[in-house]
Design a binder for this molecule. Structure first.
Ligand code: FES
Ligand SMILES: [Fe+2]
Length: 381
């Protein structure tokens, strides 16, 4: 984050604390329930947003060495992410070209070659078809034309991005915009190691999962016991970087900044900085580590999702003390989000699907939610 931006944000937060305010939009927004949970809408969103827009697939740190791979799922598209022998990260459809079986059935690992368990066609780290068993039975079938289907991908800011369109052009800087791209660049070194990763199926549409991180005045209520007053509730900042956004949650240590000389004031130790990378990835900066949350619709049911969580650190965890420290962070994050936020999200979806309400309302103090909803609508039209 540029120093001028940091200084502006510090001053904005100080003024919110002094006047008891938060970033507010001009009006509350009334949202019809149909725009949140109708079959037509959730299906259209899943089909469109997860087939046309650039998305984060996994952190670079999940595939650090040549041969490292992870298997992921982007809605209905099964993916195999591999670091090839040149060090390039590549994103393939995890589908064998012979008869369409799933190629790699392990969730992660290191490989020199991928061999399909059905009839043993094999593929190199570059996706090229290396062997067809009983080649004589496939006369005229050209191995060089039967490599894995590869999607456009780019590594940027410690993340591997893809475009789920074969032959499309991916330019992450232009997708993020210059300002957000510059801001995220500073965080890359902090995302060097994956401490832990988990994918969990949850019983609500992916949007509700993203909503969890987009307003912070619930911290004082829903999390009153678990977060123990660590944050000011209704004092957050919001800034759009269309279609993405940034909200900043203010820790209760923030007033200490104001006693320091101006050139020593630092935002990061006294806030949690939260980026929504549209549509479905959320980066949360927590003082000394980065959490990445990602919510993706289940392939066969957009009212259910996969919630992915990565906890990333700057240095490798090699000591017992560090292991304990990061594990504690993992446990707190997981407990707060899964046991409190996601419980509420499951209830919200169920209640909205009941037909009892025609609509809900996003307050002026929930700009992240208003903005996110508007961006989804804009991308559907
Ligand atoms: S489907 Fe993969 S080798 Fe036959
Ligand atoms: Fe929360």
């Amino acid at each position: 984050m540029e120093r001028t931006v940091e200084v502006e944000l510090i001053s904005e937060i100080a003024s919110h604390l002094a006047s008891g305010t938060t970033t507010r939009l001009a009006e509350p927004k009334h949202v019809p329930v149909d725009e949140l949970v109708s079959d037509e809408r959730v299906t259209a969103e899943a089909n469109k947003l997860f087939s046309e827009l650039p998305v984060v697939v996994t952190p670079s740190a999940a595939v650090r060495e040549p041969g490292d791979f992870v298997v992921e799922q982007l809605y209905q598209l099964p993916l195999l992410v591999v670091r090839d022998s040149d060090g390039t990260a590549r994103v393939f459809a995890n589908i064998c070209r012979h008869r369409g079986n799933t190629l790699c059935v392990e969730s992660s690992g290191n490989a020199k070659v991928f061999t399909c368990e059905y009839h043993a066609w094999s593929y190199g780290l570059d996706g090229q078809c290396r062997s067809m068993v009983d080649a004589e039975s496939f006369t005229g079938v050209d191995a060089t034309q039967n490599g894995l289907v590869e999607y456009p991908s780019e590594e940027r800011h410690g993340l591997i991005w893809m475009l789920p369109q074969r032959g499309g052009d991916l330019d992450v800087r232009s997708w993020l915009g210059d300002k957000l791209d510059d801001e995220l660049a500073d965080y890359t070194p902090h995302a060097a190691h994956v401490f832990r990763y988990e994918a969990t199926e949850v019983d609500f549409n992916w949007k509700f999962g993203v909503n969890t991180f987009q307003e912070l005045f619930h911290l004082t209520y829903l999390h009153k016991n678990s977060l123990d007053g660590a944050f000011f509730g209704n004092r957050a900042t919001f800034h759009p970087f269309d279609p993405h956004s940034r909200v900043i949650a203010v820790r209760n240590t923030f007033p200490e900044i104001l006693t320091q000389p101006e050139d020593e004031q630092a935002l990061l130790p006294h806030t949690a900085t939260i980026y929504t990378l549209f549509p479905n990835t959320v980066l949360v900066w927590q003082i000394d580590h980065l959490e990445i949350w990602q919510l993706t619709p289940m392939p066969d049911d957009p009212y259910r999702s996969v919630a992915r969580l990565w906890l990333l650190t700057e240095t490798e965890t090699t000591t017992e003390g560090a292991q304990r420290h990061w594990q504690q962070n993992w446990d707190i994050t997981r407990r707060v989000v899964f046991d409190e936020d996601f419980v509420a999200m499951k209830r919200i979806q169920s209640n909205l699907r009941s037909g009892a309400l025609d609509g809900i309302v996003y307050g002026r103090n929930e700009p992240g939610l208003q903005h996110f909803h508007d961006q989804i609508s804009a991308n559907l039209s």
